[in-house]
Design a protein around this ligand. Sequence first.
Ligand SMILES: [Mg+2]
Length: 375
Amino acid sequence: MKITAIEAHPLRVELREPFAFSQWTFHQRQTTLVEVRTDQGVTGWGEAYGPALPNASAVRDFFAPMLMGRDPRDTEALWHFLFARSLDYGQKGTMLAAISALDIAFWDIKARAAGVPLYRLLGGAETESIPCYATGFYFGGDEKLETRFAREAEGYLAEGFTAMKMKVGLGVERDAVLVAAVRRAIASSARLMIDANHAYTATEAIALGRMVEPHHIGWFEEPVSPLDIRSYLEVKRRITIPIAGGEAEYTRFGFEPLLRRRAVDYAQPELCACGGISEGMKIATLASIYGVHVTPHAWGSAVGLAAALHFYAALPGPPATLTPPQKLIECDRTENPLRAEIVEAPVRFHGGRLYVPQGMGLGVEVRSAALPRFQ
Ligand SMILES: [Mg+2]
């Protein structure tokens, strides 16, 4: 089997209602889908997380020409070939997002050619569905946040969610009030996590952590800068809430110190950025050595979500006990037409769980005809 064409599709859609997190306001959603075609009629799709045009250019202008004629089923060989070619220019960021998209598309092809869902090639699925948490509670709008957050929380409960994650990073005192409001709204009906998107210094993150500890927080995500492992360790030492992070980290080489030094309790690789399926599996193996849970970051289109589900379904669970903690995967609830409208059938959500697609490959069929609308 030979690669005959690679196309990058940078996609963008304006939002009806902008929303903000601790770093900036989103006015649009964007992502890049990558389509790899072969001489045997099998086509695979991948996704690059991050700024659409630079990622698309890295795929189209840099990597694609060197891949023509290669067998896409040689996933490991191709990963190292691409990584070696870009190592001198970008060990994180755009180059890795581009490699991620290509790697996911190669795995999609490999599984389709074998006639099986992708998880079968990764070791098989432990379960057919995975509990998920609603990612929401962004900032913005005219309504008082306490009121909107309480209503949003009740909405997630009504949809069947048993876990949800709220944004923090508006300032320690303000955050504490909002966390209390959400906990009050959901009582003990759901797990609650908080995500600062590295808004804080260690001192501030510790102060917030201590204020919200009584609200039984499942994890405190990205409390401090991803560049500052010492602050991660300091926060971890001084609060009892488990720490999560890693969505801004790349490859096994980037994750290794976080895992070895136990800077996080939950590692959150983004499959569409960290290096794809091939590298995600290696990061997960490292995490298992150091006793760190893995819970994939998933904030893109249906393609990226499907990749995360196959990857996560195939990972071994935590060390065996009679009542092991369940896996928990992200389920973005913000406005994003790219999640559902670009595929034949969106990833199935029911009863607080996401279902691993059972079709061949990634198990989601991209509707090429739907893409021009977003280009
Ligand atoms: Mg996050």
